[in-house]
Design a protein around this ligand. Structure first.
Ligand SMILES: Nc1ncnc2c1ncn2[C@@H]1O[C@H](COP(=O)(O)OP(=O)(O)O)[C@@H](O)[C@H]1O
Ligand SMILES: [Mg+2]
Length: 120
């Protein structure tokens, strides 16, 4: 089988002294869907936030497109194409639709105007 698009190995996340995720490993291959299933507080959000660069793992390795991205910042991951889409209507209500689209397409810079046109 080809190398996975996303590979998480031995991931651990802590908040201070609270251990939230202990040695989680999984892989996602291109074109596949992977579900994390668990009770409230099991650590699903912590795993996703670690993958998205929003929390720093205590241990483990995260690889995306064959690169070690474990310590990458969230904005660098977005530039690389790894994006977390939060549930709910996550728009900024004080901004216009156009401004929301511009903000969402910020990382695409030169091509964002064409994308926004296509969305309209
Ligand atoms: N910011 C935080 N500070 C301290 N503890 C947290 C924080 N976020 C989550 N936790 C704790 O980490 C554990 C996993 O939470 P979480 O990742 O939100 O689980 P899930 O998404 O599966 O409900 C829980 O015990 C939760 O209370
Ligand atoms: Mg959650």
């Amino acid at each position: 089988m080809s190398e996975p698009l996303l590979s998480v190995q031995g991931l651990s996340v802590s908040y201070g002294r609270v251990s939230a995720v202990r040695e989680v490993s999984f892989e996602a291959h291109e074109g596949s869907l992977v579900a994390l299933v668990g009770a409230n507080g099991a650590g699903k959000t912590s795993v996703l936030n670690a993958v998205a660069g929003l929390v720093k793992p205590r241990a483990g390795t995260i690889r995306f497109e064959s690169r070690d991205i474990t310590r990458w910042s969230a904005h660098r991951l977005v530039d690389a194409g790894l994006v977390q889409v939060p549930e709910g209507r996550e728009i900024l209500a004080s901004m216009t639709i156009h401004e929301n689209l511009q903000l969402g397409g910020w990382h695409r810079r030169a091509t964002s105007a064409a994308s926004i046109e296509a969305i309209y």
